[in-house]
Design a protein around this ligand. Structure first.
Ligand code: UTP
Length: 298
């Protein structure tokens, strides 16, 4: 095992506009929409905590103050629950909180793209390698996608990208990697391309929203021209960094739900409810009935 600087900090870009959920996201950040009883952002934070992350950096924008409140102590609520002896609820609240000094919030001000959002975290991250979570991507896995990545990183060092298989005809919608030789349970990444033209993708492995990156990415992002969609693209910056440093990938085989889209968000809610023992028995027959009875447009 080589000695790597440990991954103790994580960045959560949450400054996007969430236009696909308008008007719901006019006043409520999409990261606060819930999959069952937890906001979407909580799933990524819990995954990070389980992977050993100790400092949580949120890159926020307008209307996102409620995210800060969510991870803080809700003193009055806590007190009322204590007076009522609601210990189970207090435990749930405790589990959702971050400790004093564990969270930092910085503003992107205007949504110039994911690459720009990551760059906004540069002073808080400093010279350390860091984990990056796209919190829209809710991942269900017994070990945790980031825990698996940290494990691979402890053997390989460098930069790590989690990938997932997608149908070949869908590759043009994603950042896609070129797969090289197998290494320590992962593989070398020999190329990356953002949204390849149909029929040109180097593999059907798309970048699924979890990264471990070295701090040199910030220098590149600082001078990064805008790319696809007029936004500063993270993939473009990673392509530049890959000329100087190693990139490794691994294929995540758990379930990923893209909660940035309405369909993915609904699928996450259905799947998580069916995984919950206290809900599944009641819900399953009801979902089956809806499948039989409801036709599109009715
Ligand atoms: P999306 O591509 O989902 O964009 O961003 P969006 O604006 O949030 O949502 P839509 O497409 O308008 O519905 C992927 C991730 O990058 C963050 C988002 O918050 C989300 O977590 N992001 C994106 C930023 O923080 N800043 C940006 O400028 C763009």
């Amino acid at each position: 095992m080589s000695t790597q600087k440990p991954i103790k900090k994580a960045v959560f870009p949450v400054a996007g506009l969430g236009t696909r959920f308008l008007p719901a996201t006019k006043a409520v950040p999409k990261e606060m929409l819930t999959v069952l009883d937890r906001p979407v952002i909580q799933y990524a934070v819990d995954e990070a905590r389980n992977a050993g992350i100790e400092h949580f950096v949120f890159v926020t924008g307008r209307n996102k103050g409620v995210i800060e409140d969510h991870f803080d102590i809700q003193y009055e609520l806590q007190k009322t629950l204590e007076e009522r002896g609601k210990n189970e609820l207090i435990e749930i609240l405790d589990a959702s909180q971050l400790d004093a000094g564990q969270a930092s919030f910085t503003r992107q001000q205007s949504p110039l793209g994911l690459g720009h959002a990551v760059w906004c975290a540069r002073d808080i991250i400093g010279d350390d390698p860091f984990a990056l979570f796209l919190p829209d991507m809710v991942m269900q896995d017994s070990v945790g996608c980031m825990s698996r990545m940290v494990d691979l990183y402890s053997k390989t060092g460098g930069n790590i990208i989690a990938t997932e298989e997608v149908a070949w005809e869908e590759t043009h919608k994603y950042g896609v990697i070129e797969k090289g030789a197998e290494v320590d349970g992962g593989f070398e990444v020999t190329g990356m391309v953002e949204k390849p033209a149909p029929g040109t993708a180097p593999s059907n492995l798309f970048i699924n929203g979890r990264y471990i990156l070295q701090p040199e990415i910030f220098k590149i992002l600082e001078n990064q021209e805008t790319g696809a969609g007029g936004e500063v693209q993270l993939t473009d910056a990673m392509i530049s960094l890959a000329k100087q440093q190693d990139f490794f990938g691994f294929t995540f085989t758990g379930r990923t739900f893209d909660c940035g889209s309405i369909e993915g968000f609904i699928m996450a809610n259905v799947a998580y409810s069916l995984w919950r023992e206290d809900m599944a028995d009641n819900l399953r027959p009801e979902i089956e009935r809806l499948l039989r009875e409801i036709k599109p447009g009715c």
